[in-house]
Design a protein around this ligand. Sequence first.
Ligand SMILES: Nc1ncnc2c1ncn2[C@@H]1O[C@H](COP(=O)(O)OP(=O)(O)OP(=O)(O)O)[C@@H](O)[C@H]1O
Ligand SMILES: [Mg+2]
Length: 266
Amino acid sequence: MIKFESVTFIRPNGVVALKDINLEIEKNELVTIVGANGAGKTTLLKHMNGLLKPTKGRVLIDGVDTRKTSVASLSKKIGLVFQNPDHQLFSESVEAEIVFGLKNFGFDEREIKRRTEKILEFFGLKELRDRAPLTLSGGEKKRLCIAAVLAWDPDVLVLDEPTVGQDLQNRLKLYEVINELRRRGKGVIIVSHDIEFLWPLQARTIVMADGEILKDGPAYEVFMDRELLKAARIRQPQLAELSTKLSLNFPFKGVEDAVERLLRSD
Ligand SMILES: Nc1ncnc2c1ncn2[C@@H]1O[C@H](COP(=O)(O)OP(=O)(O)OP(=O)(O)O)[C@@H](O)[C@H]1O
Ligand SMILES: [Mg+2]
């Protein structure tokens, strides 16, 4: 379990990036986190694998204080995919990037080979395996970052802006990854400005603003609350907006749902 106990994080320049955060996330949960630029989302995620440590309060992963263990052992459990791929990628080839994490976590040669082939295939990275990561397109880099973390199969996959630069096929692949991990009882935490991507997930949704949690509730509650969205400077997903305008008690969860219900009400 991921537990934040009254966590405050003050940056060296004096910016209070997290203010007294209390939060509990079970390891098999799907959680989405939204908020305007600078709200503190990335800072929150970096506390989950110990990359940042609280100025005040504690972060506990399975009961272990992130101050009392290493980033490596936390990362094995909590796999964070960075918002900016250039901060994550450093190997000389696409393949080496995936192999690195696996070696690091002590998988044997055969398992490394098996996992690497599988993940390259799944993410359509096979033809790019010998390319230098820094020569990839923005979308390809992001995909490689996700693949590299997914390869070591963490308990919780943490994605910071996973849809940036992703085309239709790869957005669908992301849903596939999320569903597959959920089926296997794994956790997924997603930070995103892409509310149209988040809406169909209907996940537990955490709204952040100015280093604080404004609301923590189901997507249909969060995204139907126009006052809250205004305060957090977040747009309403289109289907939620349509549902609001039609004064529906239960918002449309997807286009199919909308069509079916609209036709039925004829
Ligand atoms: N490396 C840094 N040095 C100093 N201040 C930083 C640094 N990174 C972030 N901040 C500040 O910390 C606060 C929280 O930033 P954070 O990156 O967590 O926001 P975010 O919600 O992830 O935003 P975005 O949607 O733009 O990714 C902001 O005020 C930001 O300016
Ligand atoms: Mg961020």
